[in-house]
Design a protein around this ligand. Sequence first.
Ligand SMILES: Cc1ncc(COP(=O)(O)O)c(C=O)c1O
Length: 570
Amino acid sequence: MNKNNDTIKSELGRLRKLFIMPDSPDKFIEFGNELLAMIHDFFQEKGGIHSSITLPELSKIFEESDLPDKPILIKDVLSEIKNKIIKHSVKVGSPYYIGHMTSAIPYFMILLEMIIATLNQNQVKIETAKASSFVEKEFVAWFHRLIFRRTDNFYKNNIQNHKVALGSVTSDGTMANMTALLVAREKAFPADDVFPGVRNAGIEAALRYYGYTRAVILVSTRGHYSLRKSASLLGIGEKNVISIPVDNNNRIDIDKLRHKIKKISRYRHNARTKIMAIIGIAGTTETGNIDPLDELAEISKEVGTHFHVDACWGGSVLLVDEYRYLFSGIEKADSVSVDSHKLLYCPMSMGLALFRNEKDLCLTRHSSQYVIRKNSVDLGRFTIEGSRPFSCLKPWAALKILGKEGYSILFKQAKKSASNLKAMLDACGNFETFNVPELFILIYRFIPKTVRDDLIVLKELTLSGHDQEIKEITRTVKNINRLINALNIKLHKSLRMDDSSFVSRTKLESTPYRPQQIVVLRAVLINPLTTRDILREIVSTHNDIGLQLWEEFSPLYERIRSHINQYGWI
Ligand SMILES: Cc1ncc(COP(=O)(O)O)c(C=O)c1O
């Protein structure tokens, strides 16, 4: 049915009112208040962290494949959002939620998000992002200075210099790592009089021209999977991200790294390998530990390769002067990535790729006729992404509101929470903790005290027994760990069912039981609202549920125990 002109006009009139600035700002305020009330209710609500709905049930709520046709009133859509989405969202801000790097945010972030949405600046070009382009360059310089500590003159010359970029703001840590590795790739296969550079000629031609058969990236086994993604997208190949083993505190094993470098640097069967980058991790995803960056910087220099530090998790901790020693050597990196949605307590999501050399990002510079023109000041010349939001307003304003001092207090509290939890678990007896929580992440497992004591004795016996006996003991230890792995998987599932708290779970080889993989629970302790009492409650819940589950597992352990008795080991 054709609509007449009057109807179309009145519908257009109604649609126009939806745009900012609306004719009736009171409507905007009314809905804004309603939304804030909804969010408030969500946070106040007592009970579970995840809502009890199952995933298949949830998928049924969102099974409509037809696009909405007729307009629906805002208040009805808000009500739908409340009942279908907010109700079933994860309460990542709960002080009992200590399982992931996603955590609580200060309330002023909601206001900043509103400003970002209202201004709707597009950082790709100055024509759509005026003041915000300069804010971004200032913010990048803050972190550049925090990490690389170049001279006053350096910052004076470069902070707003549109010909160079001290770094780029990305959508997340994955893109920040990717940006750093893109620069590493350009530096590994540069243009010269004959060769047009890898970005033009492609990786195959680059390898051929420089006489290599492959390019590799070296990082510890704790490396984040975003590095493999980057390698695949950059044409390096995922299998050419070479994992170097870590020590028991999850730091790259320097001897093994040196050994690997020696091995791959040998010219064998006409095959030569280019080491495109060495990566240090400043806060591993699973355990929060920091690689020996000074040594990695030195090795990278010897090898003549790009040294990147993935500080997506830990980089912001440099704001606390007292913790700087943990990152010693980071200032020698060629590039560093940092996430603001992690330890800067900003909402999702923003990453930063920073480069010690202000000209490095010029290697990736792009231009086009209608935006990011060659001589423009457009930030989009230096980014992989095209359109980008004014995300850096959040950390820029947060650093002003909280200051270095505020972040210092938050990080010290996080450190205290991590050591409190470790002390509580160690004191309980039914847990085994596995790492020194340098950056607020603790890994541990539930293991009844009697089993733990048996393992300690068995471990000691392996130091003194004869070969055959050591073999048998090692097999027994493996069997015990297999049982405890199964117990911890079940415990983790039961904790999810209980839903009064949340920790995550992973499997690591870097424990005293290596090379056996051990299932561990993982707590990330960055929410300042997580008090000592809450941690006590969480440990007590873990312990109670763990002991209940043990009743089911103990007959199986008795069988292993009788084997132990038979040998008279204990
Ligand atoms: C060390 C490290 N690097 C990179 C990333 C990737 O960050 P994002 O999830 O923001 O892409 C993470 C995420 O957890 C991380 O922990």
